[in-house]
Design a protein around this ligand. Structure first.
Ligand code: NI
Length: 161
């Protein structure tokens, strides 16, 4: 496994749309290594989620870890099937270090995706998981949280050393 280089604010790749991964490719070494590297990179930077585009790969692949009992979740070609309600949440992004702002996200989502074993999964998510799924799927469409923040809520927070 290896830490991949993150792409940051201003990098044009972050505005590009990612392509689907053919289901037959999911179990290839190339994709499995990319998944392992993304999880390791997300953990190194204490992120809750990471999209492949943020390590420079335009594939529809995201990893999420809420640091709970479930461990890291891998979502391949994820789609949001249904949304319900709204939540106003504080949000950040590994591509925008130290920047946080409020955004409106759905309170609940139903999403479908392939897992890293090539199994089709349907998940009903709320709160932080719903927020993370929406944030990361936005990345796959070249959309950044900074474009949808509530006006006047952007804060720069220096990390503690
Ligand atoms: Ni992000």
């Amino acid at each position: 496994m290896a830490i991949r280089n993150l792409r940051y604010e201003g990098d044009e790749i972050l505005k590009k749309k990612s392509r689907e991964i053919p289901v037959d490719d999911i179990k290839t070494e190339k994709i499995q290594t990319l998944i392992d590297d993304m999880v390791e990179t997300m953990h190194k930077y204490n992120g809750v989620g990471l999209a492949a585009v943020q390590v420079g790969v335009l594939k529809r692949l995201i990893v999420i870890d809420l640091y709970d009992d479930n461990g890291p979740i891998v979502l391949i070609n994820p789609e949001i099937i249904k949304t319900k309600g709204e939540q106003e949440v504080e949000e950040g992004c590994l591509s925008f270090p130290n920047q946080f702002a409020k955004v409106i996200r759905p309170a609940e989502v139903v999403a479908e995706y392939w897992d890293r074993d090539g199994k089709r999964i349907r998940v009903k998510a709320k709160e932080l998981l719903a927020q993370a799924i929406c944030h990361e799927i936005d990345h796959l469409n070249g959309e950044l949280f900074i474009e949808k923040i509530l006006p006047g809520t952007l804060e720069y927070v220096e990390p503690e050393n």
